[in-house]
Design a protein around this ligand. Structure first.
Ligand code: HSE
Length: 313
């Protein structure tokens, strides 16, 4: 590695956990994006991408999540050189596991170090959230907060940004299935959402989201699972994921504590109390339910993980 370059990695993440749309997120210990950033002569930003799904990722710095982030930080630094950003995708784009957020998070961590900006963790999240505009059409900070801070995160407020970071109970596992369906972009998956919600739906969601946080505070995975119900966003997106109801039912029948779409989908994530159930049993049950409906998918077992980090030089 060259002395004028820095490498960072950032993990896959899952946003929402049902009731916490645009508010909750968790960092997973599976799949990572790796980004190397190098100072180059000239003032521009050059982007190279390799790995699963890389053909669908724009190389234009104004349309690439890592590029948007790097450009903003370069402008903040007032330096005159350019940046070469090499992205190794480990997280498939459009899977609902925070692929764009991981690229934005790794980029912000690497560029912050390379340009000696000494930004706070909250500033890193704020800049990375700007990158999300490229894929989601909105600077939602849920995935990027988990990709940077790790574990479980609450976006208490998005403007001005404030994030609460919590450690999850040790006996939490996540059973995840990634179905092979051509999914809409996050921005399209957001376009199907209602613009307004009723007061009774608001009350339902506050109660359920609060229950997830109470479950974390009490170390009670079953209580967390009870809070994962979503009566606003998931019903609006359900038609984008054929077989979703059967997959959710199968997870619960297999002993999951709760289950929801992961982020904007199409992956589905179930919460598992690892003292009582094997994560792989739940993910296998979900995979079988998708495949009974004619949809192939990948089944994964994950635990909560740390956020983005620099790789040793
Ligand atoms: N909260 C975002 C959404 C996450 O559900 O649209 C996207 O990964």
């Amino acid at each position: 590695m060259k002395s004028n370059s820095i490498t960072a990695v950032a993990p896959a993440t899952s946003a929402n956990l049902g009731s916490g749309f645009d508010v909750f997120s968790v960092a997973l210990d599976i799949f990572f994006d790796t980004i190397n950033v190098e100072m180059i002569e000239g003032g521009g930003i050059e982007i190279r991408v390799e790995g699963p799904g890389s053909a669908s990722i724009p190389l234009d710095p104004d349309r690439n999540t890592a590029g948007i982030v790097a450009k903003a930080l370069l402008s903040l630094s007032k330096r005159r050189h350019g940046l070469l950003i090499e992205i190794k995708k480990g997280i498939r784009p459009g899977s609902g596991l925070g692929s764009s957020a991981a690229s934005a998070a790794a980029a912000v961590v690497a560029v912050n170090k390379l340009l000696n900006l000494n930004l706070s963790k909250l500033d890193l999240v704020r800049f990375a959230a700007q990158g999300e505009i490229a894929s989601a059409g909105a600077a939602h900070a849920d995935n990027v907060s988990a990709a940077i801070l790790g574990q479980f995160n609450i976006i208490r407020c998005s403007n001005p940004l404030d994030v609460v970071n919590l450690s999850l109970p040790k006996n939490i596992g996540f059973a995840i299935v990634i179905p092979e369906i051509t999914h809409k972009t996050t921005s399209q998956a957001r376009s199907v959402l209602p613009e307004k919600v009723s007061l009774s739906d608001l009350v339902y969601h506050v109660g359920h989201a609060a229950t997830i946080v109470a479950g974390i505070a009490l170390g009670d995975v079953s209580l967390m699972g009870k809070g994962m119900s979503d009566i606003v966003v998931e019903p609006a997106r359900a038609h984008l994921i054929p077989g979703l109801a059967a997959v959710k039912k199968s997870a619960m029948n297999c002993g999951a504590a709760g289950v929801s779409i992961s982020g904007a989908g199409p992956s589905v994530i179930a919460l598992v109390n690892t003292n009582e159930r094997r994560i792989s049993d739940v993910s296998r049950a979900m995979k079988e339910a998708f495949e009974d409906g004619g949809i192939k998918c990948e089944a994964l077992s994950a635990k909560p993980g740390p956020g983005a980090r620099l790789l040793e030089q």
